[in-house]
Design a protein around this ligand. Structure first.
Ligand SMILES: Nc1ncnc2c1ncn2[C@@H]1O[C@H](COP(=O)(O)OP(=O)(O)OP(=O)(O)O)[C@@H](O)[C@H]1O
Length: 262
């Protein structure tokens, strides 16, 4: 039986100012299996980043719980209890550190020892993501695609219990994006980290997810879930693929229309 790793139960997330409260996510319940790559598709402003930030521990939840099972032990998901790899929209590389120092920083923070086996593992990740020649450069000396690849390397090097990605490829041009997705999938296939990626790109969802969820505009409600048979297949010339794409597109359109009317 496949283990369920991540449990969200009745999660509520709000933004508050002195006079107002915005409820962005209301009573969200969700479970993720070990080794699953769940892609959450949603239109702009529906709450994707809010959710991913709450999972990463950078935004507090108002109520409900988020728990993760590690070594048969179910505990609240926190950066203290678990290794969480987080690739935010801006990639989050520190500009004053080289690519190599950025990539090794999480190991340093968590006081992880780098023995010969780990060194080899790290070299393989650099090679798989094609950044070995960039290790001594600073983020400002890199192209957008190279920054993304370095951020992905950093996340995989720490062997995360949970990998969170917020529209990681959205700032890239079409060709670089395709290449970065392919390299990502290469490394993901070797590590099978339990992953949640949020995006508004249907193609990205179909290429990178083994499960897809569509998030509505109604306070984080998940409107639709599907197991995705197209993982790793780019643009298959297949009627079912095209129909699936259309179905997802229609769902997102309905959501966008709703938002415009409201
Ligand atoms: N710090 C904040 N204070 C108040 N409201 C916020 C804050 N951050 C986001 N919001 C609001 O919460 C809602 C969800 O924002 P969020 O950034 O999570 O959406 P998103 O789905 O990630 O959008 P996009 O795809 O455009 O990045 C939006 O209506 C936004 O205006």
């Amino acid at each position: 039986m496949v283990k369920r790793m991540l449990f969200l139960d009745n999660v509520n997330i709000q933004y508050k100012t002195k006079n107002e409260t915005w409820e962005v996510i209301q009573n969200l319940s969700l479970q993720i299996k070990q080794g699953e790559a769940l892609i959450i598709l949603g239109s702009s402003g529906c709450g994707k980043s809010t959710l991913i930030n709450a999972l990463a521990g950078t935004i507090p939840i108002e109520s409900g719980y988020i728990e993760f099972v590690k070594d048969n032990d179910r505990k609240p998901l926190t950066p203290k209890n678990h290794t969480i790899g987080f690739i935010p929209q801006n990639c989050g590389l520190l500009p004053w550190k080289t690519v190599k120092d950025n990539c090794l920083l999480p190991l340093k923070i968590h006081h992880k020892r780098v023995d010969e086996k780990k060194k080899q593992e790290i070299i393989k990740i650099y090679e798989a993501l094609n950044i070995s020649h960039l290790l001594n450069k600073y983020p400002k000396e890199l192209s957008g695609g190279q920054v993304q690849r370095a951020a992905i390397a950093r996340a995989f090097i720490m062997k995360p219990d949970l990998l969170l990605m917020d529209e990681p490829f959205s700032a890239l041009d079409a060709i670089t994006r395709e290449e970065a997705r392919e390299l990502f999938l290469n490394v993901w296939n070797q590590n099978k980290a339990t992953t949640i990626l949020v995006t508004h790109s249907i193609e990205e969802a179909l290429y990178l997810g083994n499960r897809i969820a569509v998030m509505g505009t109604e306070k984080g409600e998940m409107k639709y879930f599907m197991d995705n048979p197209y993982l790793g297949k780019s643009y298959p010339d297949d009627t079912n693929y095209l129909n699936t794409k259309r179905l997802l597109r229609d769902m997102l359109k309905v959501e966008e229309r709703k938002e415009t009317v409201e």
